[in-house]
Ligand binder design. Structure first.
Ligand code: NI
Length: 266
C-alpha cells in the first residue's frame, strides 16, 4: 500500500480558521496535501468557529469539520443555538462533535464549572443521538470529566481525549471506555515526562496525531505558530518512545483516525 516512502498524515485537530492564519491561510492549506497531510479535521470551538470550520470544509475537499462548543465558550449556548448546532451535525462534512468538555484551569468559578458540565453533557448526548464521535477537551478536570462521561454511558459514544494531559493510569481508563488519546506537540517538550510515560504505556492502536494549531508547536519550533507540517516532529518522538519506525507510527495513527472519524462515509 505504501509504495514509495511518501508520508500520509491524518491531522485530527487543527484550527485553521484562527486569526493567526489570516495572512496566509490559503497558502498554508494548499501546501498540506503536497506535504502528505490529508485529510485534516478543522475543529469548532464556538458557534462562530463551527461556522468557519464548516466553511473551510466546503471549500477544501480534504478538510472535514468538527462542530461543537468548547467549555470556555459555553456563553454561546442556549436552546436556540443548540438547535442550530444540532442541525450542523447533519452536514456531510461534519465528522465529529467537538471540541467539548471541561476546563477548570481557566475557569475557577464553581457556578460556571457547573454550566460547563451541563453543556458538556448535552453535547455528548447530541453526539450519541446523531451517531458522531466526540472530541473532548479536558483540563484540570479529570474527575468531573469521567463523572459526566459515565452519566451518559460514554462507552457508547466513540471519541478522543484531545491534547491528553492526565496520568497514564487514567489514559487506560479512557481506553477501556473505547476512547483514543490525542498526542501533539507537547510530547516533544522537555518537561513532558507524564505524557511520555502515557505514550509508552498505551497501545499504538489508541493514539491519534494532532496539532491543535496554531497552538502547541513541537520542538524545535516551540513557541512559534504551529501548523500540520510540524506533525513529523511528533511522529519522530512517538517512534522513539515506542521503538517503532516513524512510518509505522504514521500509518497506524492514520488507520486509527479513519476508524474513529470515517471521513467521507456519507
Ligand atoms: Ni483545539
Amino acid at each position: 500500500m505504501r509504495g514509495c516512502n511518501k508520508i500520509m498524515i491524518f491531522e485530527t485537530h487543527a484550527h485553521y480558521d484562527d486569526e493567526q492564519f489570516n495572512g496566509d491561510r490559503e497558502e498554508v492549506l494548499l501546501d498540506l496535501p503536497k506535504k502528505g497531510i490529508t485529510p485534516v479535521i478543522n475543529v469548532g470551538a464556538s458557534i462562530e468557529s463551527t461556522k468557519t470550520s464548516l466553511a473551510l470544509a466546503e471549500k477544501y475537499e480534504y478538510i472535514y469539520a468538527a462542530v461543537g462548543v468548547h467549555p470556555s465558550d459555553i456563553g454561546d449556548l442556549n436552546e436556540e443555538s443548540f438547535a442550530w448546532l444540532t442541525e450542523q451535525t447533519k452536514h456531510k462534512k461534519a465528522v465529529a462533535v467537538g471540541e467539548i468538555g471541561l476546563d477548570y484551569y481557566w475557569e475557577k468559578e464553581s457556578s460556571v464549572q457547573e454550566k460547563q458540565r451541563y453543556w458538556f453533557k448535552r453535547q455528548l448526548e447530541l453526539a450519541k443521538s446523531v451517531k458522531l464521535p466526540v472530541i473532548i477537551h479536558s483540563r484540570d478536570a479529570a474527575d468531573d470529566t469521567m463523572k459526566v462521561m459515565q452519566e451518559v454511558n460514554a462507552s457508547e459514544i466513540p471519541g478522543v481525549i484531545h491534547c491528553y494531559s492526565y496520568s497514564p493510569e487514567l489514559a487506560q481508563e479512557f481506553i477501556k471506555m473505547g476512547y483514543y488519546i490525542g498526542v501533539g506537540g507537547v510530547v516533544t517538550f522537555k518537561n513532558a515526562k507524564k505524557l511520555v510515560r502515557t505514550v509508552e504505556q498505551i497501545p499504538m492502536e489508541r493514539i491519534l496525531l494532532e496539532t491543535d494549531c496554531p497552538y502547541m508547536a513541537p520542538e524545535p519550533h516551540r513557541g512559534s505558530r504551529n501548523d500540520s507540517r510540524n506533525i513529523p516532529f511528533v511522529i519522530a518522538k512517538i517512534a522513539e518512545i515506542k521503538g517503532l519506525a516513524p512510518e509505522e507510527v504514521e500509518e497506524m495513527a492514520r488507520e486509527n483516525a479513519f476508524r474513529l472519524f470515517q471521513p467521507g462515509r456519507l
